[in-house]
Design a protein around this ligand. Structure first.
Ligand code: GLA
Length: 573
């Protein structure tokens, strides 16, 4: 293709213009080199856009997935009973029932679409009984209806269901999948030659190379992390997440959600939720942590549980891949799955993953920012009975003294009601949240600065960093007290709501919270999960006796990998 043709096709492929501040480019080295071009050619918008995109494509750097994917995958609902009609019926139903119009535009095949052996030329062979008209026909059909086709394979010798895996066939499979019309590839991790992190790394790293060599974008969904979640020792899991975030657009990080009609849907959703909240630092435009499918027609779920499942996945800007029987979705289920306000939160261009402000044995409170400066507040009631919770402004990351107005506009994203909430009320009341229900509010941007606030917790032990009146900082069970809600300001100063004028410092290996010299103190949050004192160079550590210590940083040590509120700058070097 000539350069001109490439540029034109890039322009054509972009339905919306990019700007040099586009989050899609935020992580690209190209941004800088094209900024100069941008300033000298402000009027030639399309050309500059094409310059960025074409260079990115040439370098294999264009994010093929700036926003979380939405659509359908057959696995959790139909498992190996995959066939052409499931996809044709899903496409037809989604085009009619408003799901496609709401943004669910991907149709992804999962395991068991092939025969049990490859063809003589080494290609995978589609099962002609399940797919009588073949995969190229199916992808063409999907595309004619407005969908983007996706497919599954496995990085090992065999897939999880025992079908041929892609090991040592990376190039030929990439070529075939693309030739058959697929633009999205889920790469599972069963049956690799061994189960070491090094082996997974070596084999998975073949894929970005094969995709780059193909010259065509292919969304790469990496399931390797799911094979390393060991609740006793997460060092390898952290390492795999680290390279997964470099080698594709999605990382499946935990167990499979319950498959239809077995198991306890809510427990499986809460399990994956509990893993997901540990990983917010990895998410950025073009890369998404994946807590698995939406299983909103699982028979074990109550209506509130289904809605919570959706509201949480939206708050996380997680993939919204429905694994349900689309044609038989009820009107009530369709109505909440098409909720425009929640989908806008999911598809917000900042794609922040909401993080925990606080947690106790009943309430999970999460916040994040949205691109237009609004704040999101999500409140999950894990308890057995209906309850009401007030979340003060400062916990939402806002300052009651700085709103500049007497009230602020707040939208309840479930009811659609908009209210002016008086700042003097002190915060937002999530009232009468049913057991396992989730309230979601969008708070309009005000003059108040946003300061990321929330829990600092060890992502293995789930202990919360806890301030104490004495100034001694410890790790303890999360209880939603002010002592566990931390603010990290733009200078890297870390203070709790209990003692907002104090800050934590590494005092010769002891972490103390004190009031003197805070301006000289700063902490750097690395993508590794380490929080490093820029004064001592040591890592904030959970010692075995529960005290907070400053200890030399090791490699992804369980006692040193921490979750911080989203919005805190993440050092990705
Ligand atoms: C694994 C994956 C599932 C599904 C099956 C297919 O269990 O986690 O999502 O792809 O394999 O066999």
């Amino acid at each position: 293709m000539t350069l001109r043709k490439t540029l034109l096709s890039v322009i054509a492929a972009k339905s919306s213009a990019l700007s040099v501040d586009d989050p899609q480019l935020r992580n690209s080295n190209l941004r800088e080199s094209c900024v100069t071009a941008w300033h000298s050619m402000k009027t030639q918008w399309a050309l500059t856009t094409a310059c960025l995109a074409a260079q990115a494509m040439a370098a294999g750097q264009l994010d093929p997935l700036p926003l979380p994917p939405m659509g359908f995958n057959n696995w959790a609902r139909f498992m190996t009973n995959i066939n052409e009609s499931i996809f044709v019926d899903a496409a037809d139903a989604m085009a009619k029932n408003g799901l496609l119009a709401a943004g669910y535009n991907r149709l992804n095949l999962d395991d068991a679409w092939s025969t049990m052996s490859r063809a003589a030329n080494g290609s995978m062979v589609c099962d002609a009984v399940k797919f009588p008209r073949g995969l190229p026909w199916l992808t063409k059909y999907m595309r004619s209806k407005g969908f983007v086709p996706g497919i599954y394979t496995d990085a090992g010798k065999l897939s999880c269901g025992g079908y041929p895996g892609a090991l040592d066939h990376e190039k030929i499979d990439t070529r075939d999948f693309q030739a058959w019309g697929f633009e999205y590839l889920k790469m599972d991790g069963c049956n690799l030659p061994d189960d070491t992190e090094a082996k997974y790394h070596e084999i998975y790293s073949r894929w970005p190379r094969a995709i780059a060599a193909s010259g065509k974008p292919l969304v790469f969904s990496n399931s390797a992390p799911a094979y390393f979640f060991d609740p006793d020792n997460l060092t390898d899991w952290y390492a795999v997440m680290g390279w997964a975030a470099e080698y594709g657009q999605l990382a499946r990080h935990s167990a499979d959600v319950a498959t239809y009609p077995d198991g306890d849907g809510w427990s499986s959703i809460m399990y994956n939720y509990g893993v997901h909240v540990r990983l917010a630092r990895f998410q950025r435009p073009g890369f998404f942590n994946d807590p698995d499918f939406l299983i909103t027609d699982h028979p074990s779920l109550s209506f509130e549980e289904k809605k919570s499942h959706f509201a949480l996945w939206c708050s996380f800007s997680a993939p919204l891949l429905l694994s349900v029987d689309i044609p038989s979705l009820s009107q009530d289920d369709l109505a909440f799955l098409r909720n425009k306000d929640l989908i806008a939160v999911n598809q917000d261009r900042l794609v922040e993953q909401a993080t925990l402000v606080s947690r106790d044995d009943r309430w999970e409170v999460l916040t994040k920012s949205l691109e237009n400066g609004d704040r999101l507040l999500t409140v999950l009631n894990r308890g057995a009975v209906t309850g009401t919770l007030k979340v003060p402004w400062d916990r939402i990351g806002l300052s009651s003294k700085a709103f500049g107005t007497a009230s602020v506009r707040v939208k309840n994203l479930w009811t659609g009601n908009v209210r002016n909430v008086a700042i003097a009320d002190g915060g937002i009341i999530a009232s009468q949240v049913p057991s396992h229900g989730t309230a979601v509010f969008r708070i309009t941007k005000s003059k108040s600065p946003v300061i990321p606030r929330g829990m600092v917790f060890n992502t293995l032990t789930l202990s919360c960093l806890t301030d104490q009146a004495s100034g001694k900082v410890i790790w303890s069970e999360c209880n939603a007290s002010d002592a566990q809600v931390w603010a990290v300001n733009a200078n890297g100063r870390v203070s709790s709501l209990l003692r907002p004028d104090a800050c934590i410092v590494d005092d010769d290996g002891k972490i103390i919270s004190h009031q003197d010299g805070c301006e000289k103190t700063s902490w750097v949050y690395k993508v590794s999960g380490n929080l490093i004192s820029s004064v001592s160079g040591r890592c904030l550590t959970e010692s075995a006796n529960g005290t907070a210590a400053g200890v030399s940083c090791g490699h992804l040590l369980n006692e040193q990998v921490l979750a911080l509120p989203v919005g805190v700058k993440v050092d990705r070097r």
